[in-house]
Design a protein. Structure first.
Length: 318
């Protein structure tokens, strides 16, 4: 009888453990959606910022995205809570780091490079996430995550070298663009860490209000830099780019990413950044008119192998 009681108690513990275990499958689906939307984003952004100033692009992007966000906040009776959140300096820093500040660096860097290189440079963020996530959040890095990271980073390095040798952008501009894009990782990952440390009840509003505070920030930059805001000069293709990034690249992709890091570790979630070039390269060819090089296939395979090794334990893939 005692043995039976022990087995029953142990079964209850196992069931409770299963109930609180993170739903990795849901997180990976959310991150895959994010990777697709952000993967093709560089090509779409490139077609836009080739025609208008990057800050103007960002201003209209978040102006459009902020309208449904503000309506939702008012409709859900969270306006007062949103005002309280914005009053906190720590929350403001978190919101600035997860949305406008990294994007200023990314968009500025993309002016000096191709969409494919921009995607590869942006894929550097998982390396930063792994290190910073382990150091600041005391997160565990498994052996497979280390091996997968090294393999994927090797593939990204090879892809970057090949792409730089086959496009017409001057090398010094490529270097400047890559440095600007890669430097966004430090700000964005820090924002993710602050976000995960924040009050879980405030995270949805932090995410939404990060869009709202972006608008006055870009207005301030436009005013200081004396950048013209002439709507008539914006072409249809540029507006298409802006609307894509406002709806799918902002409202949808940011939400799926933030929801995912509520389930799994920041360092693990950002490993999906390695997948972005898989979508970015076809998008760069089709949308931005960039050149396809068959030698890119091998680096892409290496990247895919690296990400598979890094996450296969958590996904229980045999």
């Amino acid at each position: 009888m005692k043995s039976l009681q022990i087995l029953v108690a142990r079964d209850k513990i196992n069931k409770n453990t299963m109930n609180i275990k993170p739903n990795y499958q849901k997180a990976y689906i959310l991150l895959l959606i994010t990777s697709i939307l952000w993967g093709i984003a560089p090509a779409i952004i490139k077609t836009g910022i080739n025609q208008i100033n990057p800050i103007v692009f960002l201003f209209y992007r978040y102006l459009i995205a902020s309208i449904p966000v503000l309506i939702y906040i008012i409709y859900s009776k969270n306006l007062i809570s949103s005002i309280k959140i914005i009053k906190s300096p720590k929350n403001i820093l978190t919101m600035l780091c997860i949305t406008p500040l990294p994007l200023i660096l990314i968009f500025s860097g993309m002016k000096y490079t191709t969409s494919i290189i921009a995607s590869v440079a942006g894929a550097f963020s998982p390396i930063v996430a792994t290190v910073m996530g382990a150091h600041f959040m005391k997160e565990k890095i498994t052996k497979n995550e280390k091996i997968g990271t090294i393999i994927a980073f090797t593939g990204i390095s090879l892809l970057s070298i090949i792409e730089q040798e086959t496009n017409s952008v001057p090398m010094y501009q490529q270097i400047l663009g890559v440095l600007l894009i890669m430097s966004n990782s430090f700000i964005w990952i820090w924002g993710g860490i602050l976000y995960k440390k924040s009050n879980p009840k405030e995270r949805d509003l932090l995410n939404l209000n990060s869009f709202l505070i972006s608008v006055p920030l870009f207005i301030l930059i436009i005013f200081i830099a004396n950048i013209p805001l002439n709507i008539d000069s914006i072409s249809t293709s540029a507006w298409n780019s802006i609307f894509y990034m406002a709806i799918l690249g902002t409202l949808v992709a940011f939400t799926t990413y933030q929801k995912a890091i509520e389930i799994i570790e920041v360092s693990e979630a950002n490993l999906f950044g390695y997948i972005n070039p898989v979508f970015a390269i076809p998008a760069g060819i089709i949308i931005a008119g960039e050149t396809l090089n068959l030698s890119m296939i091998i680096p892409l395979i290496i990247i895919a192998i690296g990400i598979f090794i890094a996450i296969k334990e958590k996904m229980n893939i045999k």
